[in-house]
Design a protein around this ligand. Structure first.
Ligand SMILES: Cc1cc2nc3c(=O)[nH]c(=O)nc-3n(C[C@H](O)[C@H](O)[C@H](O)COP(=O)(O)OP(=O)(O)OC[C@H]3O[C@@H](n4cnc5c(N)ncnc54)[C@H](O)[C@@H]3O)c2cc1C
Length: 386
């Protein structure tokens, strides 16, 4: 993978920032299941909350490769904390850049550029997960040019702390469910918006996930993103554009686990020698390293394709299949590598004294959210067979 000098410099600066600000709190964030709000302004000042915002709107204007570097480096220490940077881009910046109008960009981006705004995306509902078209949350015209939202969403990342949420809702009931979804920017201070009890989870402790409810919540017309009925396309596209970052988070998590396993294997002694001298463990470590590197190549190749732009719809479709491959392959890899890291630690790996058990718990989510890995295999197969 080829990085520019600026990207090398960015990574070095980020590594120093992570050692100073992230490493010391990563374990406590998990143990106390506490959202590290103190990192929000620090991330904002580093540009990490608004990496995707173009320079013309006051942002750092990072491309997808740079965003993947940030995701990978942060996830080597904590996936929860990596997602504070990684997920914030798809709540407002990506939808408005690709589907919003200039008036919306001028209205929201100056605030986003300050690096204090947290955002979320709300697609999933209790009965509607992989089958996005079956969502029930409705947005009906209110006669004054706006919409009234009613319904609920679940598992929404950052819901309790988000300033704005891009919400997908049905604006019609005709035909195929995928043709009558629209996208709206919801200001979470709007009357009719409530957040439910935060979820307790297997991993990603410290990252707030909660259901949200819309009770006759009014959204002005100027907060609709794109055309009415364009929501399904918007939803799929922002997820496609974000998938390489989930791949990068998975690579970081796996690399963090591998580094910890190598260090432990060198230190731990059994049968009078370092366990790293046992060929059985050497082969495990070598396989882990190969898998991490293979996933890294796929993820950054995918980011490179995106950074070169999409001259046609066909080129975007090709990228979309690659993005699914990168997300699916890297997250399956991270699940395996983090599990193997726990194995190399033996009983100590099962204890909370070392980060590998956290890495293993956190790895599982990457196979589930942003489209389950079964859905990604369907996407890849569809592309192959089309
Ligand atoms: C921690 C966390 C954070 C999340 N954050 C957000 C968020 O911010 N915003 C948001 O909108 N959503 C979010 N989600 C929701 C997430 O995207 C969904 O959980 C995911 O898309 C799967 O949907 P589901 O849980 O309803 O599973 P289901 O769709 O019910 O799937 C159940 C099982 O069936 C399989 N399956 C379903 N359809 C098929 C098929 N056609 N072929 C083969 N297998 C199939 C799935 O792969 C899975 O194994 C989050 C979830 C979690 C756990």
């Amino acid at each position: 993978m080829h990085l520019s000098q600026d990207q090398h410099d960015f990574r070095d600066t980020l590594k120093r920032f992570i050692a100073r600000e992230v490493e010391p709190i990563a374990d406590a964030v998990d143990r106390e299941d506490r959202f590290p709000a103190e990192l929000v302004p620090k991330f904002g000042d580093m540009g990490l909350l608004q990496l995707r915002l173009p320079e013309e709107y006051g942002g750092p204007g990072a491309n997808l490769t740079t965003i993947c570097i940030a995701a990978e480096e942060l996830a080597k220490v904590s996936e929860t904390i990596a997602l504070i940077s990684g997920q914030n881009g798809i709540g407002l910046i990506v939808p408005l850049l690709h589907f919003g109008n200039e008036e919306q960009r001028r209205r929201f981006f100056p605030e986003v550029a300050k690096g204090r705004t947290l955002t979320a995306v709300a697609i999933t509902e209790p009965q509607s997960g992989s089958d996005v078209g079956s969502m029930k949350t409705s947005a009906t015209r209110d006669g004054n040019g706006g919409y009234i939202l009613n319904g609920q969403k679940c598992y929404i990342t950052f819901a309790p702390v988000a300033d704005y949420i891009t919400v997908f809702a049905k604006t019609g009931s005709d035909g195929d469910g995928t043709h009558n979804i629209s996208a709206f920017i919801v200001d979470t201070k709007t009357p009719g918006f409530t957040v439910g009890k935060a979820e307790r989870k297997l991993g990603l402790n410290g990252l707030p996930n909660a259901p949200i409810y819309f009770d006759n919540l009014r959204v002005p017309l100027e907060n609709r993103i794109g055309e009415e009925g364009e929501g399904f396309k918007i939803c799929m596209r922002i997820l496609d554009l974000n998938r390489p970052t989930i791949g990068a988070v998975s690579v970081g998590l796996a690399q963090g686990a591998l580094d910890a396993a190598v260090k432990y294997a060198k230190e731990r002694r059994q049968f009078g020698k370092s366990i790293s001298e046992f060929q059985g463990l050497q082969f495990m470590l070598a396989d882990m390293a190969m898998q991490v590197e293979a996933a890294r190549c796929l993820v950054y190749e995918c980011a490179r394709v995106a950074d070169e732009g999409f001259p046609s719809e066909a080129s975007f479709r090709e990228f979309s299949a690659k993005a699914s491959m990168a997300k699916c392959f890297a997250s399956d890899m991270a699940m395996k590598v983090t599990t193997d890291a726990v194995q190399i630690f033996g009983g100590a790996g099962y204890m909370k004294d070392f980060p590998v058990e956290r890495f293993m718990r956190d790895a599982k989510i990457n196979q589930i959210f942003e489209g389950t890995n079964q859905i990604h295999r369907l996407i890849v197969a569809r592309q192959l067979l089309s």
